[in-house]
Design a protein around this ligand. Structure first.
Ligand code: KG4
Ligand code: ZN
Length: 354
């Protein structure tokens, strides 16, 4: 069964074809250049760019394949920027209706956990063992799941404030590192000392599998820009906090590296806890844009080795937003009869179901 996937939830316009877990084509147009001058994604610019790029991406993904060979359409219909989701959902409805094939709505966050199971044409796909621990580390989500199969999950924990990718992006902005913040911060951090600053890691309540990155982000802000003035004492002259040291390239790299180490430790500590709470877990499945981060990948490899659990990381092409993971999850939902074909009634929804 060949499934055509469409992804337009944020700032990537993507179309892909998959057969089961096999990626036949994967077209992605990133909008990073359009949003760089604003330091983040501007929703109106994003949806306009999706409208311009969806057909060129469709043509690119179809390269050599005929529309008639497509058995179903899968589209990321949640979560995301509503104006952006609507572009993908409308294109998917038009295609499904004109081809007379089923239309499956896919949750983008869940699809990130299918990404590690995708393979190139001709490669053998071996799914991870289940039950598994699933970890999504992206710009909008930081969540841990118990996975009973590629499509059946229960959320065990999630961030209570910023997502890890959002923390990378905000810290990059504090440090004057250009958009896209996460990957650029990783590069700058290579020249830094990760032990230069001892930034805090929020573990929250005992046993909690939730995450929190806002305290870490504030600690970085104070280190880079200075602390607020101490509260005035009645009858005493107002006190000033000492100004922060001048920002140099080395200091920027040291702060970036120390932040990255703390953010990674926040993840590995919680995943170690999740594995301990769920000792029957056979594998650890990881997806989302931040899973492209090499120090995070290395830390997860060490963790998996220590806990003797099979680690499945998405290959770099499938860590960030792409349509192959959407088509892959769509194919899985159809194969397991878990998908409902809502046809033209499928709606774009800003929130996740996961
Ligand atoms: O999964 P994704 O492409 O989009 C969402 O679903 O949010 O994730 C994007 C996030 C951004 O915050 C980006 O800065 C971060 O992933 N990211 C990274 C790296 N590559 C992308 N963060 C740290 N290191 C990276 N190498
Ligand atoms: Zn994503």
């Amino acid at each position: 069964m060949i499934v055509l996937g469409i992804e337009t939830s944020c700032d990537e316009t993507a179309v892909a074809l998959v057969r089961g877990r096999e990626v036949l084509s994967n077209a992605v147009a990133s909008q990073h250049d359009l949003h760089a001058e604003f330091g983040g994604v501007v929703p109106e610019i994003a949806s306009r760019a999706h409208a311009e790029r969806i057909l060129p991406m469709l043509r690119q993904a179809l390269d050599g394949h005929v529309l008639a060979s497509i058995d179903a359409i899968a589209v990321a219909h949640r979560p995301g920027l509503i104006g952006s989701l609507v572009v993908g959902v409308s294109a998917a409805k038009a295609l499904a209706w004109s081809l007379g094939v089923p239309l499956v709505g896919v949750d983008h966050v869940r699809a990130h956990l299918l990404a590690p199971m995708l393979v190139n044409p001709g490669e053998h796909a071996k799914d991870p063992g289940f039950p598994a621990i699933g970890l999504v580390v992206s710009g909008g989500h930081t969540s841990v799941y118990e996975m009973r199969s590629p499509s059946e999950l229960t959320r065990l924990g999630a961030t209570i404030d910023d997502a890890i990718g959002e923390a990378f992006d905000k810290v990059a902005s504090i440090l004057g590192i250009p958009h896209p913040g996460g990957p650029n911060l990783e590069k700058i951090a290579r020249a830094g000392d990760e032990n230069a600053f001892d930034f805090p890691i929020s573990l929250l309540a005992r046993g909690s599998l939730d995450f929190s990155f806002s305290g870490l982000k504030t600690a970085v802000l104070y280190e880079a820009k200075g602390r607020p003035a101490p509260r005035p004492i009645p009858g005493k002259p107002p006190r000033q906090a000492p100004p922060p040291p001048t920002m140099t390239d080395q200091r920027r790299a040291d702060i970036a590296a120390s932040f990255q180490r703390a953010a990674i430790r926040a993840i590995t500590k919680k995943i170690a806890r999740a594995i301990e709470h769920h000792p029957r877990s056979r594998s650890l499945v990881v997806g989302g844009g931040v899973s492209a981060n090499l120090p995070l990948r290395a830390a997860l490899e060490r963790l998996a080795k220590r806990h003797r659990i099979d680690l499945r990381l998405a290959s770099p092409a499938y860590c960030g937003d792409n349509a192959a993971m959407i088509a892959g999850l769509g194919a899985e939902l159809l194969a397991s009869h878990a998908a409902q074909d809502l046809g033209l009634h499928l709606e774009a929804v800003p929130t996740t179901s996961a």
